[in-house]
Design a protein. Structure first.
Length: 153
């Protein structure tokens, strides 16, 4: 890769800074690479969210990708944000290989789009911490690697 963009969330930032120390590549932070904004659920376990906000939790689980969590965002809004930043980076750096350090939900919605799947389509992508998902642009996004962890061996 030629440069790194990272979410400005603490865990992603820490990972990106560790990569940069090893690689020496330029690092840029962008809040659009953050995980889905879970609004009133932020910082809560699933059980706590269900207990404190039962109706919101029920809708979150059943209402689909367009449901906007109180004080948060919908899965559709997350995908729109994710595709906006990914495409912006592609246009800004057309000849460069760019590493994005981001989060599981962000990766999931980009992969669904790249594979032509709707947000409502159930998937079982294994998204491990530091897993590598590689996209290549050939008039559309093509998935060339999903969840690689060979760098951990």
């Amino acid at each position: 890769f030629d440069l790194i963009y990272s979410s400005d969330s603490p865990r992603a930032k820490q990972t990106a800074e560790a990569i940069t120390q090893f690689s020496g590549h330029e690092l840029q932070f962008d809040q659009r690479l953050r995980e889905k904004n879970l609004g009133v659920f932020e910082g809560l376990t699933s059980e706590e969210a269900r207990e404190r906000h039962p109706e919101v939790f029920r809708l979150f689980k059943t209402a689909g990708s367009k449901y906007v969590i109180d004080e948060g965002e919908s899965t559709q809004q997350l995908q729109d944000r994710a595709l906006e930043i990914v495409n912006e980076i592609r246009i800004k750096h057309p000849e460069e290989r760019v590493l994005l350090v981001t989060h599981g939900g962000f990766i999931r919605v980009v992969m669904k789009h790249s594979l032509g799947l709707s947000l409502e389509t159930p998937t079982r992508f294994l998204i491990r911490n530091t897993g590598v998902f590689r996209l290549e642009w050939e008039d559309k996004w093509l998935v060339s690697q999903m969840g690689g962890v060979s760098h951990l061996e």
